[in-house]
Design a protein around this ligand. Structure first.
Ligand code: 13P
Ligand code: SF4
Length: 300
C-alpha cells in the first residue's frame, strides 16, 4: 500500500499533509507532518496540484481557502472535530451582537463559516504571540475554545470574552488523572496541550502546541515525560527521542481523537486514485475566510 501511494503521489503531483494525531502509518506515508500552524504554512507554500489532507475537515478547509485553484482531498469527509462543532456560525452571529467593537480571534479549529466572521485566526502554536502583538486595550472575543482562551487570558493578563467550547479529547483530562501519573512517574516532566483545562495546565511543567512539545522534549535534560494530549504525538516523540520514556493515561479514554484516526492507508490510496472526496467551498467563503488566515500567517 505504501508503494502504491508513493507511485500515485508522483504520477499526480500530489502532496500528503498529516497531523501528528493521525495513525503512525499515515504519518509515515505523508510528505509533511506538523501541528496546525505548520500544516497551514505548508499548505500556503506548496506547488503540488493535489493536496491530500490527512487530518480533520477544518484543516482541509483551511488548505482549500489558501489554495482555491488546487484540488484538496480528504480521505474521509466525515472526519470532523468536536471543538469546531461547538461553534455554529449563526449562533456566533447572535453572540457577537452583544460585543460591538470587539475583534474576533478564532482558533483555527473552527468551521470555514466561522472563519469568515473572524478578524484573525490563531493556532495553539502562535496564539500568545499574536495576542501580545495586539494593542493592550483591544477588546477581543475568542472562539471557540474556552480552555485555550483561559490559558491566553491568564498568561497575557487580557480579559478576552470566551466562547464556551472545548475539545472532547483534551477536556477529558483532569487534575486527578495528571496527579496520579505524576505519582507513578515522579521523575517525569509533565508536558500539556493548552486545549486542556486550567486545573490540568496548573499541574504541567510545560504548556505548548504539539510542535512546541516536540521541540521542548528534544532539548529537555529530563529523560521521562508525562504527555497530556492526543496519543498520536507519541509516534513522533518516540521517533525523535528513542532514549526517552513517555507516559500517558492509556487506561482512561482521554487520549484518542477518533476523527484523526479515520485516516488510514486504504482511504488515502482510494482518495488519491479517485481524486475523491474533494473538499469544495464557495467563492465567497474562500474570499472572506482566507483574510484572517493570511493575517495570521503575516503576523506569525
Ligand atoms: P495543534 O496542532 O495546534 O497542536 O492543535 C492540536 C489539535 O487539537 C488539532 O486538532
Ligand atoms: Fe478536534 Fe480535539 Fe480531535 Fe483536535 S483532538 S481534531 S481539537 S476533536
Amino acid at each position: 500500500m505504501l508503494d502504491k501511494i508513493q507511485k500515485l503521489k508522483k504520477e499526480k503531483n500530489a502532496i500528503i499533509l498529516a497531523h501528528y494525531y493521525t495513525l503512525p502509518e499515515v504519518q509515515e506515508v505523508a510528505d509533511f507532518v506538523g501541528d496546525s500552524l505548520a500544516l497551514a504554512q505548508k499548505a500556503a507554500q506548496t506547488d503540488a496540484d493535489i493536496i491530500l489532507f490527512a487530518g480533520v475537515h477544518f484543516m482541509a478547509e483551511t488548505a482549500k481557502m489558501l489554495n482555491p485553484d488546487k484540488k484538496v482531498l480528504i480521505p474521509d469527509m466525515t472526519a470532523g472535530c468536536s471543538l469546531a462543532d461547538c461553534c455554529d456560525a449563526e449562533e456566533l452571529k447572535r453572540f457577537l451582537k452583544d460585543y460591538p467593537g470587539h475583534k474576533v480571534l478564532a482558533y483555527i479549529n473552527c468551521s470555514a463559516k466561522v472563519k469568515t466572521m473572524a478578524d484573525i485566526i490563531v493556532t495553539s502554536g502562535n496564539a500568545l504571540r499574536i495576542v501580545n502583538a495586539l494593542p493592550k486595550d483591544e477588546k477581543i472575543v475568542f472562539v471557540p475554545d474556552r480552555n485555550l482562551g483561559s490559558f491566553i487570558n491568564e498568561t497575557t493578563g487580557r480579559e478576552m470574552v470566551l466562547w464556551d467550547g472545548a475539545c472532547h479529547v483534551h477536556d477529558k483530562w483532569n487534575a486527578e488523572k495528571v496527579e496520579q501519573l505524576k505519582k507513578e512517574h515522579p521523575n517525569a516532566e509533565v508536558v500539556a496541550h493548552p486545549e486542556c483545562r486550567s486545573e490540568v495546565l496548573a499541574c504541567a511543567d510545560f504548556v505548548g502546541s504539539t510542535a512546541a512539545m516536540l521541540k521542548h522534549v528534544a532539548v529537555s535534560p529530563k529523560s521521562e515525560f508525562v504527555v497530556i494530549t492526543e496519543n498520536g504525538i507519541l509516534h513522533e516523540l518516540k521517533k525523535q527521542n528513542p532514549d526517552k520514556q513517555f507516559y500517558t493515561a492509556e487506561k482512561c479514554a482521554c487520549g484518542e481523537c477518533e476523527y484523526m484516526k479515520q485516516n488510514n492507508l486504504e482511504n488515502i490510496y482510494a482518495a488519491l486514485l479517485n481524486e475523491q472526496p474533494e473538499l469544495l467551498l464557495d467563492g465567497e467563503t474562500i474570499e472572506k475566510g482566507k483574510r484572517p488566515i493570511v493575517r495570521m500567517l503575516e503576523m506569525n
